[in-house]
Design a protein. Structure first.
Length: 280
């Protein structure tokens, strides 16, 4: 386990592809007994509780999942949202969930709560001893800049390049580490400035050589809204993080080693392929 005061837990490192070895994308930043979740892909609560039960990280006990940040509204990043709202409530969370996300997050939240209206009613009005606060959600729709601050962390958001809707990356600034999470993005103006100075860069990536074997329409899509390993290699050579963690990796006909090989063509820093429940 990381010896840093600020820890990173990869709750899920997957993509829309239903890989049984990778849950949906979700990252937890841990500072003492506080968790700050980025994205909520499938299995998020069970992955958090698995980490708590195996390693005793109390911040990931279900009722301690109290705040989360959303990069964008693609389904693989939000499939665990109802889980994050309701399971910790059922397990005893007695305060509203705090969510920071792009435009559209409020409407999505309202629709989820409406879809589960009968479940909420039964738990509150029936025999189950449920509290009346833990299922509620306070949503703040974000713009770029400082979006969250407490005594332990500052969180800055920056716009990224992931198609026609608003999508964000996040920078977590703590006492001992600066951590940047790319979210889903292609290279964009200002990328270097937003990434520079970070200790850890957690970045999405696809295998450059494998993209050529994809159908033309998918080649256009992925090259327009995601970052190739060759592109990422050049980016991190300028940013120079102490650690590069790869997640949301698309390698199709290749593998993780092929992506790292492409990155190492021009980058000689430390790089790891992230796996579910890795801790840094």
């Amino acid at each position: 386990m990381s010896k840093n005061r600020t820890k990173i837990v990869l709750l899920g490192t997957g993509t829309p592809i239903p890989d049984p070895n990778r849950s949906g994308p979700s990252i937890a930043i841990i500072i003492e007994d506080n968790s700050y979740i980025v994205d909520f892909g499938s299995d998020i609560v069970r992955q958090a509780v698995k980490t708590y039960s195996q390693l005793g990280i109390k911040a990931l006990e279900s009722q301690n999942l109290k705040r989360a940040f959303l990069t964008h509204l693609h389904s693989d990043h939000i499939l665990g949202y109802p889980d994050l709202i309701f399971t910790p409530w059922v397990m005893g969370r007695a305060v509203p969930l705090e969510i920071y996300g792009p435009k559209g997050t409020q409407e999505m939240t309202r629709n989820i709560l409406e879809a589960y209206r009968e479940d909420i009613r039964e738990r509150i009005e029936g025999l189950e001893p449920a509290n009346e606060m833990g299922f509620k959600v306070n949503v703040q729709e974000i713009n770029k800049g400082l979006i969250y601050e407490d005594s332990k962390v500052q969180v800055e958001a920056f716009r990224v390049n992931h198609g026609i809707w608003p999508a964000y990356g996040f920078k977590f600034i703590t006492e001992d580490r600066t951590i940047v999470i790319s979210g889903d993005t292609a290279p964009f103006d200002g990328m270097i400035n937003n990434y520079k100075g970070c200790d850890v860069l957690i970045h999405e990536v696809y295998l450059t050589s494998a993209l050529k074997k994809r159908p033309d329409n998918w080649q256009i899509y992925h090259s327009s809204v995601h970052t190739s390993a060759i592109e990422l290699s050049h980016i991190v050579s300028m940013v120079k993080p102490k650690l590069l963690i790869l997640y949301h990796q698309l390698f199709w006909t290749g593998n993780e080693e092929d992506i790292i090989f492409e990155i190492k063509q021009t980058y000689d820093g430390k790089v790891v392929s992230g796996r579910d429940l890795d801790i840094f």
